[in-house]
Design a protein around this ligand. Structure first.
Ligand SMILES: Cc1cc2nc3c(=O)[nH]c(=O)nc-3n(C[C@H](O)[C@H](O)[C@H](O)COP(=O)(O)OP(=O)(O)OC[C@H]3O[C@@H](n4cnc5c(N)ncnc54)[C@H](O)[C@@H]3O)c2cc1C
Length: 212
């Protein structure tokens, strides 16, 4: 497998051998456009080989796997961000909203939710920083990146749901930010490899590192 850099005229949707269909309509993550690139008979010169003709030829799989390691740390960091924002919104709303004569934050059921969320946010951040430091140091980090991506994206999903519940009916309304986070979070469970795939990567790498 070999990777090529393919140029496209800005704004063009039909080039010889490359078609760009209309934008995909999505549940969330609307700040970033998503579309397909359909290649059929598209030609590029050999000088467009990623990494150069001498070093890049046949290196596509290695290059993609390397990109995935960075990508997984990137997605983990986005998971931390979504989880933390969901917690911040829950902390604020639960001290403003009163039921049965007191702020809902004073009900133990709500405090338990806040405690679980805050713990997941901190654990996600620590796992993400460990994976990022290893990558920065040029060390192999497939296991750590997989763990960070798995845990932080699941923490994002968990925290947005808990925060939405804490917001009661308002959480379901577009008037409140948590509604958008609730739609944005699931992409992190899928992109750069689903949670199931992360578990496969983690399991296989564990067995490789601890072979008897
Ligand atoms: C908004 C958006 C943007 C994206 N952007 C990009 C992009 O920029 N570049 C890019 O390359 N891709 C992109 N993707 C694609 C994304 O990486 C894939 O959707 C993702 O990796 C999952 O692959 P899939 O959709 O083929 O799911 P599938 O592989 O079909 O998985 C379907 C289900 O089966 C499970 N499954 C699959 N295989 C196994 C197995 N062996 N064991 C157990 N369970 C399994 C999965 O976990 C999942 O639950 C994007 C996706 C979305 C939604």
């Amino acid at each position: 497998m070999t990777c090529f850099i393919c140029e496209k005229e800005p704004g063009a949707s039909e080039i010889d051998g490359l078609t760009i269909p209309p934008k995909i309509k999505k549940l969330g993550y609307k700040g970033v456009e998503s579309t397909e690139l359909v290649f059929d008979g598209f030609r590029v010169p050999a000088q467009n080989i990623l990494g150069g003709e001498d070093e890049g030829l046949g290196q596509g799989f290695v290059q993609m796997m390397d990109a995935l390691e960075v990508g997984r740390v990137n997605v983990a960091a986005r998971g931390v961000g979504i989880a933390q924002r969901a917690l911040e919104l829950a902390l604020r709303y639960s001290q403003e909203r009163k039921t049965f004569g007191k702020p809902i934050a004073e009900h133990q059921a709500i405090q338990f939710k806040l405690a679980d969320m805050a713990t997941q946010v901190d654990a996600s951040r620590l796992l993400t920083m460990r994976a990022a430091r290893l990558k920065d140091a040029g060390e192999r980090s497939d296991l750590e990146a997989g763990m960070a991506k798995l845990f932080a994206s699941e923490a994002g999903r968990f925290c947005v749901e808990e925060s939405l519940r804490i917001h009661g009916g308002y959480g379901y309304s577009k008037e409140y930010e948590i509604e958008r986070l609730y739609r944005d979070a699931p992409l992190l469970l899928i992109g750069e490899g689903t949670s199931e795939i992360q578990k496969m990567v983690i399991g296989r790498t564990l067995l490789k590192r601890h072979k008897i």
